[in-house]
Design a protein around this ligand. Structure first.
Ligand code: CMP
Length: 139
């Protein structure tokens, strides 16, 4: 089925001017950008977005990294969008990511791993609503 997922192009990627290169890999993987905006997340936004990780040892650093520069938040649409996006992103740790994936190609490390993608349809809906109003999504 055609579904939607939520993606973030992270500060390590925007800093290296890779917004277009990352988006091209998403598009080449069969995903369509149906919403997109460049924002500089506040600490509150980052902490809210990553609330599921708040007990993790890397939570503070992660929120600091995600607010260290601009990000591009996107809604992606395609056949099985969550899985399709996860496949093209590759493993969280670029050392474990397969050849040809975004993280293998571009990520600097496990934290500065260039992209975020939702891990389920349920979380995709929550994450999309966290950053986008319905009228900002144009399918
Ligand atoms: P993301 O898919 O956005 O979800 C949580 C993020 O936490 C992850 O990508 C990484 O950026 C970061 N992360 C995950 N594991 C670690 C770790 N062990 N150390 C530092 N950051 C991590």
């Amino acid at each position: 089925a055609v579904t939607r997922t939520f993606s973030i192009i992270k500060p390590d990627a925007t800093r290296r001017n890779l917004t277009g290169a990352v988006t091209k890999m998403l598009e080449d993987a069969g995903l369509r950008v149906v919403a997109s905006k460049r924002i500089h997340m506040t600490k509150e936004q980052a902490e809210g977005f990553y609330a599921v990780h708040k007990e993790r040892p890397f939570f503070g650093e992660l929120c600091e990294f995600m607010t260290s520069g601009p990000v591009v938040v996107q809604v992606l649409e395609g056949e099985d969008a969550v899985k399709r996006n996860r496949d093209i992103m590759g493993a969280t740790n670029p050392a474990d990511a397969a050849e040809g994936t975004i993280r293998k190609t571009f990520a600097e490390g496990i934290e500065a791993n260039s992209v975020h993608g939702s891990d389920s349809d349920e979380n995709a809906a929550i994450e999309i609503a966290y950053f986008f109003k319905p009228e900002e999504i144009v399918g």
